[in-house]
Design a protein around this ligand. Sequence first.
Ligand code: SF4
Ligand code: F3S
Length: 106
Amino acid sequence: TFVVTENCIKCKYTDCVDVCPVDCFHEGPNFLVIDPDECIDCTLCEPECPAEAIFAEDELPEGQEIFIEINADLAKKWPVISEVKDPLPNADEWNGKPDKTKLLEE
Ligand code: SF4
Ligand code: F3S
């Protein structure tokens, strides 16, 4: 399973959804998550993210392990997104900022 991590928050570029063959991305106000029950580990989304926020669950950067649960939980709550849309305003400024987890809106 692949996991969306912290750096997606307040960016939400959505390039990832265009390549997913099984539509497993779900959309919240300022973040996307991957449904772990749907992801087929095709790896296609990982290089598409301009924020480099997508990782295989066994290759998560230190401190990002919490996002395994966040993806699983929020995928149950949020609707599927399968078409690219504009990034959030100021996405480029937020790309790479530290400590964005507290800004995640559910
Ligand atoms: Fe979708 Fe493939 Fe990414 Fe899983 S690894 S979320 S199936 S694009
Ligand atoms: Fe987020 Fe990257 Fe997709 S910023 S919306 S995981 S392209």
